[in-house]
Design a protein around this ligand. Structure first.
Ligand SMILES: [Ca+2]
Ligand SMILES: [Ca+2]
Length: 187
């Protein structure tokens, strides 16, 4: 019994390397998870978008306020370097946008760059990570100058965006037809 429990525990830890349990942020009801395994931004992006938790879609964290930055950088990542879901790849230098999640395609409205960042150093840096030489400080890092640069990342989980009002109208119209049909069948 003990041995099979141990095997199960080992098996589970092999399946999810270096993953802390997701934690909820009460301010927005989203959940966040730090993955310590060092990977490139693109690998982190793909893994985060393939993840789900309690029926919520995962994405590389989108940080849109000082409070969220503090929670993500300190409480979740514990001060370790962590990719966030923003990039200026394929756009003008320092035309930063969030690349996934509810804010996909939106320009940064909040930033916390370290004093000399973003500097597009070393042949070009296109991805943002936090905790660069100070708690919660951002830096542009990774490709194309250094495509192999790797560190941990934070996955954010939230429910799918609320449907547009138009979709609601269609949904309600559909429900109306269903109840009409049901009533007809009864009579
Ligand atoms: Ca967010
Ligand atoms: Ca930089």
């Amino acid at each position: 019994m003990m041995r099979s429990l141990l095997a199960l525990t080992l098996g589970l830890s092999t399946l999810s390397p270096a993953m802390a349990a997701p934690v909820k942020w009460d301010d927005n009801g989203h959940w966040y998870e730090f993955v310590a395994t060092p990977v490139t931004w693109q690998e982190a992006f793909d893994a985060a978008n393939a993840a789900s938790y309690l029926g919520m879609q995962g994405y590389l964290a989108t940080v849109t306020s000082a409070a969220e930055n503090s929670f993500v950088s300190s409480s979740v990542a514990g001060g370790s370097l962590a990719w966030l879901g923003g990039s200026d790849s394929g756009a003008g230098i320092n035309e930063w946008t969030w690349r996934n999640g509810p804010e996909a395609g939106q320009a940064f409205t909040y930033t916390n760059w370290n004093s000399i960042e973003p500097n597009n150093c070393c042949g070009g840096e296109d991805y943002v990570h936090t905790n660069w030489s100070g708690p919660g400080l951002w830096n542009d890092h990774g490709g194309p100058g250094n495509p192999g640069q790797a560190n941990g990342y934070v996955i954010e989980y939230s429910m799918a965006p609320v449907p547009e009002p138009q979709t609601y109208a269609l949904l309600l119209a559909g429900l109306g037809l269903v109840s009409l049909a049901t009533r007809r069948r009864k009579s």
